[in-house]
Ligand binder design. Structure first.
Ligand code: NOJ
Length: 556
């Protein structure tokens, strides 16, 4: 039986930079998180995932770590962090650190040492290769941030690998000394009393030792097949588990890029002693035509259902465990993408919550989802701060896309959409800061935390209710899964059974009224409406679903 606290619990992701600023510098900080702990406790979540706040030059908002043992001054001090940990624990909230060990910042002292030459003891902490025969990069792998994944170090004449931003050199996991340093560093955080790690792009850490060229035939042939779920990754994670996770009782979330259910079963089946759960992105690619992210496209509901269903069924069959989410700091908001963020904004936000929270896995809420925050809708490239978005824009223009079309693509696809500051109240900048916010000084929208808290029918309370339900009923963690209608482009419905109970969840992903009926085998059962975004209290077997209506039924 699945009965771990994190299998029944909900994670709330905080992007500290945009959460709450207490010192007026326009950047959210740790004291801001401390001030909002009561708010988070009221929502009822179990675990707070904090994106990186370690010392960093912030070329990728903290995913470029220069010192694993200290807090970046822009977020506060280690004393602030210790206070956060203590005050969170007092309220029953656990803390999960975001840990990045695929790469460091170029400013990390290991890399600064490595730059000193091939004889330096830290040289082998990173991945260095001689140029190809033509003097160019050692192979044709592409960086996720555009261009080659290799950068020439003029002093030594060798290239270093950076799968991400050029200031983020990849670590060499083949080096046992590096492994030991990382395990010790993680154990240091374990000693401090944190409760878990979210492990950034962890399935990329083991590279194919031959570093072969890729075909570049499709958008996916960028080298990833030579480092995603690489040859030793399971070994490394098992070691990490033995040295750190198990020892400190940590819950772990592996961020898995371009992976498979088969691999994620290996990562998360408890018998293998690797990770607690896998955070995969296949459902985030249903609007990538031909695998291309930077293109304007609408998703098909049948694709979304197919992908979600595959992961529900395969992970359960193999004893793996899913992380469930609609968005995070690397994705646009889900409202406009999968439902509606204008006329049916409130209904859509609740619909997405109800559909997700009925599934098997650990549920995640990204800051602002609980008040139905929308995309940034920037109109000018100068409003974007994110390196990935700016690089993508430049490449689109170079490919002949017009500026207007490129901006539209960013408006749909850029992760910056989810990074605009939290909307707390109606004061200037939504109460996020008394200064000038680091991003989006003008975002006119009057949906705020204050208003959500004052309205008992708000999306905030829908989440609060769903979080409590998942803790209360074992069927959420244990029920099986059956997609009811795979063909409809409008209705998303599924059933789950466990012992003598069933859960039936349905959502109308359209502005039209839709006829739906309770599946025949459940029609004569006792039916409780666990969640409804139209305030339904009773139900006939035949139902006319309203625009973006969702229902969660419990049958016995
Ligand atoms: C995934 C993180 O979530 C993303 O924000 C970051 O840019 C990359 N990993 C590189 O660390």
């Amino acid at each position: 039986m699945n009965n771990e606290w994190w299998q029944k619990g909900t994670v709330y992701q905080i992007y500290p930079r945009s959460f709450y600023d207490t010192n007026g510098d326009g950047i959210g900080d740790i004291r801001g998180i401390i001030e909002k702990l009561d708010y988070l406790a009221k929502l009822g979540v179990d675990l707070l995932w904090l994106t990186p706040m370690y010392v960093s030059p912030q070329r990728d908002n903290g995913y470029d770590i220069a010192d694993y043992f200290n807090i970046d001054p822009q977020y506060g001090t280690m004393a602030d962090f210790d206070e956060l940990l203590e005050k969170a624990h007092q309220r029953g909230l656990k803390i999960m650190m975001d840990m990045v060990v695929n790469h460091t910042s170029y400013q990390h002292h290991w890399f600064q040492e490595a730059l000193k030459g091939e004889d330096n003891p830290y040289r082998d902490y990173y991945i260095w290769k001689d140029p190809a025969a033509d003097g160019g990069p050692p192979n044709n792998w592409l960086s996720k941030f555009s261009g080659s994944a290799w950068e020439l170090d003029a002093a030594s004449g060798q290239y270093y690998l950076h799968l991400y931003e050029v200031g983020m050199p990849d670590l060499n996991w083949e080096n046992p000394k590096l492994q030991e340093e990382i395990y010790n560093m993680m154990a240091w955080w374990g000693e401090k009393g944190i409760d878990g790690f979210r492990l950034d792009v962890i399935n990329n850490i083991s590279k194919n030792p031959d570093f072969p060229n890729d075909s570049l035939a499709t958008a996916q042939d960028d080298g990833r097949k030579f480092y995603v779920d690489g040859p030793h990754v399971h070994e490394y994670l098992h070691q990490m588990n033995r040295h750190v996770f198990d020892k400190y009782g940590l819950v772990t979330v592996g961020e898995m890029s371009s992976t498979t259910p088969e691999q994620c079963i290996k990562y998360t089946n408890p018998e293998r002693e690797e990770l607690s759960m896998a955070f995969n992105f296949h459902h985030m690619k249903v609007d990538y035509p031909g695998g291309k992210k930077w293109a304007s496209a609408k998703f098909q509901l049948t694709d979304l259902k197919r992908v979600m269903t595959e992961w529900q069924l395969k992970m359960a069959a193999g004893g793996g465990w899913n992380a469930l989410f609609w968005t995070n700091h690397d994705q646009p908001r889900a409202l406009a993408r999968f439902a509606n963020d204008t006329v049916y904004r409130e209904q859509s936000a609740k619909l997405l919550a109800i559909i997700l929270f009925g599934l098997q896995g650990t549920t995640f809420i990204y800051q602002g989802e609980e008040i139905a925050m929308t995309d940034a809708n920037f109109t000018d490239i100068s409003q974007y701060d994110d390196a990935e978005s700016r690089n993508a824009y430049a490449h689109l223009l170079a490919d002949g896309v017009t500026a207007a079309d490129a901006l539209q693509i960013l408006r749909e696809k850029s992760r910056e959409n989810a990074r605009i500051p939290m909307q707390w109240d109606d004061t200037p900048h939504h109460g996020f800061t008394s200064g000038e916010p680091w991003l989006a000084p003008i975002h006119e929208d009057n949906w705020t935390v204050d208003k959500a808290l004052a309205n008992p029918d708000s999306i905030f309370y829908t989440y609060q209710h769903l979080i409590a339900l998942r803790r209360e009923h074992a069927i959420f963690a244990n029920g099986d899964f059956r997609l009811l209608d795979a063909e409809s482009e409008v209705i998303y419905d599924y059933a789950r059974e466990w012992q003598n109970e069933a859960l039936v969840v349905v959502g109308n992903f359209s502005e039209k009224e839709m006829a739906w009926h309770v599946p025949a085998q459940y029609q004569n059962k006792d039916c409780a409406i666990l969640a409804s975004n139209y305030g339904r209290e009773t139900l006939e077997n035949q139902v006319t679903l309203q625009p973006y209506e969702a229902l969660m039924l419990h049958l016995k």
